[in-house]
Write a protein that binds this ligand. Structure first.
Ligand code: DOR
Ligand code: ZN
Length: 352
């Protein structure tokens, strides 16, 4: 990595947590990720969810077909874990060569999680098979019981579900996705080398005031929700520490403008239009631009046992304005998408 006050050149990054959707929505958003990243771990929370290897392979083909012809972007597929996912299915997934992880959504935790796991204890045989074949488990770390405050759900998940799970399966590789609290940073830090975490740009750049002060700002609403400033500081410290357990995963999750700006707005922030620029902004604020490359381009590949990318990308210091909306379409037809930080100025720009 080379870095001056005006320019940063780094190994092309990968996105270890991405929602690409399907159909017209996917065609609208996939090029933004492909422009920045070489690879991405693709979330399986479609409707219906991607629960089998056959579905994952078909979805991979649709993604490749939706990309620009000259794109070299590699979608790394995942399976959606249900109470009924068998050990045989995860073995088949591993043998396909294209499924790189299995995603655990606690039932009801977030968008399209109804078919998720009702109790991690029910899938122990499948988790044991994953540990044996080296297929990582990705967790949406929130405990969804009605009596648990939404701001406490990550800690409750650690205490009641994740810590026992990693004790039962000490060799299982686990990625604690989009962590939002100091508790999660400490859990990952104190766990063995088989436990890592991804961090989103929104959780590094903002605390919950951005969502709730001066009105309700739906374009800052995602799950897990933004937390208080002391948690954000713990996340920044982890991301910029150089510890390879913490790496980039945008959780970019597009929803049409009207689905966000609604009496019951959807959770999810679309950040793929400016992902690496947003991370550069967060790292620069922390005085740690020299740590960006490890976080964005090395540590995730190392954890997944994949080669680091060979290509490089360059960011230049240049003011530009994020568009107010981007063209998008969902199952209802065309509808604009509001990108993260719409209308705001960013000071780093990825070179074409
Ligand atoms: O905010 C979120 N949006 N969190 C998730 O876990 C899912 C995602 C989505 O699919 O929209
Ligand atoms: Zn996600």
């Amino acid at each position: 990595m080379s870095q001056s006050l005006q320019q940063i050149t780094l190994t092309r990054p990968d996105d270890w947590h991405l929602h690409l959707r399907d159909g017209a929505a996917m065609a609208a958003v996939a090029p933004y990720s492909a422009r920045q990243f070489h690879r991405a771990i693709i979330m399986p929370n479609l409707r219906p969810p991607v629960t089998t290897t056959a579905q994952a392979l078909a979805y991979r083909r649709r993604i490749l077909d939706a990309l620009p012809a000259d794109s070299n972007f590699q979608p790394l597929m995942t399976l959606y874990l249900t109470d009924n996912t068998t050990a045989e299915e995860v073995r088949r997934a591993r043998d396909s060569g294209h499924v790189h992880a299995v995603k655990l959504y606690p039932a009801g935790a977030t968008t399209n999680s109804d078919a998720g796991v009702t109790d991690p204890g029910k899938v122990d045989d499948t988790l044991a098979a994953m540990a044996e074949i080296g297929l990582p488990l990705l967790v949406h770390g929130e405990m969804t019981r009605d009596d648990i405050d939404v701001f406490d759900r990550e800690k409750a998940f650690i205490d009641h579900q994740l810590a026992p799970l990693t004790e039962r399966h000490p060799d299982l590789r686990v990625v604690f996705e989009h962590i939002t609290t100091r508790d999660a940073v400490e859990f990952v830090h104190d766990s063995g080398p088989n436990v890592a975490a991804t961090l989103t740009p929104q959780h590094l750049l903002f605390n919950r005031n951005a969502m709730l002060v001066g009105g309700m700002h739906p374009h800052f609403y995602c799950l897990p929700v933004l937390k208080r400033e002391s948690h954000r500081q713990a996340l920044i410290a982890a991301a910029t520490s150089g510890n390879p357990k913490f790496f980039l995963g945008t959780d970019s999750a597009p929803h049409a403008k009207d689905a966000k700006e609604s009496a019951c707005g959807c959770a999810g922030i679309f950040s793929a239009h400016a992902a690496i620029e947003l991370y550069a902004t967060a790292f620069e604020q922390a005085g740690a631009l020299n740590r960006l490359e490890g976080f964005a381009s090395h540590f995730g590949a190392d954890f997944y046992g994949l080669p680091r990318n060979k290509e490089q990308v360059t960011l230049v210091r240049q003011d530009w304005q994020v568009p107010d909306t981007l063209p998008f379409a969902d199952t209802r037809g065309e509808a604009p998408l509001v990108p993260f930080l719409a209308g705001e100025a960013l000071h780093w720009k990825l070179q074409p």
